[in-house]
Design a protein around this ligand. Structure first.
Ligand code: ROI
Length: 162
């Protein structure tokens, strides 16, 4: 059965826009995809690292959560993923943010993703894809994090072309 899922993309090492576009095309092999705008955001964590490129992809897929996670981890590795330190710079992060309405908690996966509601670089792109999206009954539009965000849009949805 097809499920609506949301994947967070982040990068602040290498040619981030190309790396993320490449990841988008790989995600398209798993189901129907739609991309948010592409944002530039100051680092959460150590401040002596470059700003991030961030975006979210909506993926409608038949894959079960852990099978999807396996694919995301494969794609991260294929991108030549480098992670220099905890909460530090990385080539590509692919985070499973939401999987339908499911709450998942096991040793490999927590869904909704930890910290989603505190991160403007996740919430704004989610709202590009679904302006009425709710998490745990909370309307994302109404959160202070969204209202007070000052993320920069780098490119509209055309950063990927299918
Ligand atoms: N900060 C921003 N702005 N964007 C990210 O994608 C991101 N990812 C991370 C940490 C290190 C928490 N900081 C981030 O993993």
């Amino acid at each position: 059965m097809s499920q609506v899922t949301y994947i967070g993309l982040g990068s602040n090492l290498g040619d981030s826009q190309s790396i993320m576009a490449e990841a988008f095309y790989k995600l398209a092999s798993l189901g129907a995809v739609k991309a948010s705008k592409l944002y530039h955001s100051p680092p959460m964590g150590p401040q002596d690292q470059p700003h991030y490129h961030n975006a979210v992809v909506q993926l409608v897929t038949d894959l079960a959560p852990l099978d999807l996670l396996d694919q995301l981890q494969n794609f991260e590795q294929e991108s030549g993923r480098v992670r220099l330190r905890h909460w530090g710079e990385r080539t590509l992060d692919l985070d499973l943010l939401l999987y339908a309405q499911e709450q998942i908690q096991n040793e490999r996966l927590t869904v909704p993703h930890v910290g989603v509601l505190e991160r403007d670089f996740v919430l704004l792109p989610l709202l590009d894809l679904d302006p009425h999206l709710q998490i745990n009954g909370l309307n994302l539009q109404d959160t202070n994090v969204v209202k007070q965000s000052n993320l920069t849009v780098l490119v509209d949805e055309s950063w990927v072309n299918i």
